[in-house]
Write a protein that binds this ligand. Structure first.
Ligand code: HEC
Length: 116
């Protein structure tokens, strides 16, 4: 009887581990580019490296956003809790924490040498 209990516990632990690993993998899989467009970041920004364009003439290009700081800074910046270049961001990100993580992970991959 005791053995059965531990066996069930053991199986449950393995199942739980898989569940955690799976949800983590899904987190990483959130498409930052899609979130970027869905959140209408491109109404003010281009990411020329990713062929994202903006209707705004003087849009700031984020092709090099990955060089601005780490994930923590970028998240805080987009929540208007921290400044980059001594300025707060224009708007606060309104999506979920998961979406913010996906977005920031993607932004941090943008490290394109600027052309000028
Ligand atoms: C209403 C216009 C507007 C929207 C929408 C907007 N931004 Fe911005 N963003 C700005 C302005 C203005 C700056 C400052 C640009 C500068 O320094 O010239 C900025 C700066 C940034 C910077 C720092 C760029 C740098 O080189 O200093 C990042 C990163 C950024 N925005 C990401 C985003 C993301 C991600 C979204 C979508 C969630 C977004 N922005 C939506 C206006 C906007």
């Amino acid at each position: 009887m005791k053995n059965t209990f531990f066996f069930v516990l053991f199986i449950s632990a393995i199942v739980a581990l898989f569940a955690i690993a799976f949800s983590f993998a899904q987190d990483q899989g959130l498409d930052g580019k899609k979130i970027f467009v869905d959140a209408k970041c491109n109404s003010c920004h281009t990411v020329t490296a990713m062929e994202i364009t903006s209707k705004k003439d003087d849009a700031t290009d984020l092709s090099n956003a990955g060089t601005l700081g780490d994930a923590q800074l970028m998240k805080s910046y987009l929540l208007k809790e921290a400044k980059i270049n001594e300025k707060e961001h224009k708007m606060k990100f309104k999506g979920t924490d998961e979406e913010l993580n996906g977005l920031v992970n993607w932004l941090l991959t943008l490290k394109t040498e600027s052309e000028g």
